[in-house]
Ligand binder design. Structure first.
Ligand code: ADP
Ligand code: MG
Length: 307
């Protein structure tokens, strides 16, 4: 069953085309990730789907309700966790949750079971002002507030930005749990590695989806020759990799450079192999060179798609 159907949504701000005709569907109980860098259009899309912003054209239906004509119904049944400023900083943890419960005609007591797994972790600090919480605790409170009215669809806009790695992991565990309880989740993130936690993802750049598929399928479709290259002088190494004509692209990636090699073509002759690259780098006086073929990550796929 489709819980979210989006058809050709566009949105421009003065001179900026933030969304250039976005279409996709999300099934009930799916974790659907919208993955892309700052400025890609993620927040605009979430604000349109939660009826806080009007699209210029296109249609969007959330749990059978149109975002324009049925906005009241949508507001009652979705949970939205905006990227920033979603909490009342001067109110306590408990007061924040109380306000959200009251807005939706419920109480913390009545729906405690919905938020227990996550809220119990911050409950010891229930009298602390929200503004004084750490990043991870703020996100837990914001998620509790978005969940207290038992939403059918949960929209989480960059829930892990500025959050420590342990809290990030805990947040994804909570999302898995919610999914098993039938909640449909749309989540955005600029962290490409988090794509693997989603059932399906859309890679977004400059207001357009580059690809929609499962993370595994996107990686399986990558058909370039990809190597991880390390050396003693990583910065100079990147420059020299980029100036080799057999190399299509090189990107710094953690402790190595990911390098895409030109495949064998009539023009270029036989394909470049590891020994050829080693020789080239030695001629440029590089030392401690390590080269290994690797499987593509989602980030490699993204880089290839925007190339
Ligand atoms: P993301 O959440 O992926 O960072 P946004 O939806 O916030 O993307 O922004 C998409 C584009 O629209 C960016 O170029 C951004 O600068 C622009 N934009 C967003 N909101 C406004 C606004 N209120 N006025 C003008 N431009 C905006
Ligand atoms: Mg944003």
């Amino acid at each position: 069953m489709k819980v979210v159907s989006v058809n050709n949504i566009t949105k421009s701000y003065k001179g900026v085309e933030a969304l250039k005709g976005i279409s996709f569907e999300v099934e009930k109980g799916e974790i659907f990730g919208i993955i892309g860098p700052d400025g890609a259009g993620k927040t605009s899309l979430f604000r349109i789907l939660t009826t806080l912003l009007l699209a210029d054209s296109g249609t969007a239906v959330v749990d059978g309700n149109d975002v324009i004509t049925d906005y009241k119904q949508i507001r009652r049944k979705v949970g939205y966790m905006p990227g920033r400023f979603s909490l009342y900083q001067d109110l306590t943890v408990e007061e924040n949750l109380h306000i959200f419960a009251t807005l939706f005609g419920t109480t913390i007591k009545e729906n405690y079971h919905l938020v227990e797994a996550i809220y119990s972790q911050i409950e010891p600090f229930k009298d602390r002002k929200a503004g004084a919480l750490s990043g991870g605790m703020k996100q837990k409170l914001a998620l509790s507030c978005a969940l207290i009215h038992e939403p059918v669809v949960l929209f989480l806009d960059e829930p892990t930005t500025g959050v420590d790695p342990v809290s990030r992991k805990e947040l994804w565990d909570v999302l898995k749990d919610l999914k098993h309880r039938g909640v449909t989740i749309l989540v955005s993130t600029p962290y490409m590695d988090e794509a693997n936690m989603c059932d399906r993802i859309a890679l977004i750049q400059d207001g357009a989806f580059l690809k929609i598929d499962t993370p595994d399928q996107i990686k399986a479709n990558y058909d370039q020759i990809l190597w991880a290259v390390r050396g003693k002088e990583m910065f100079r190494l990147l420059k020299d990799l980029r100036s080799n004509k057999h190399i299509i692209a090189s990107h710094a990636f953690g402790d190595s450079h990911h390098v895409t090699i030109q495949k064998e073509t009539e023009k270029m002759g036989k394909s470049f192999n590891k020994e050829d690259l080693k020789t080239y780098l030695k001629e440029k006086n590089h030392t401690e060179i390590e080269i290994e073929p690797i499987e593509a990550t989602i980030e490699d796929c993204f880089m290839e798609l925007i190339h």
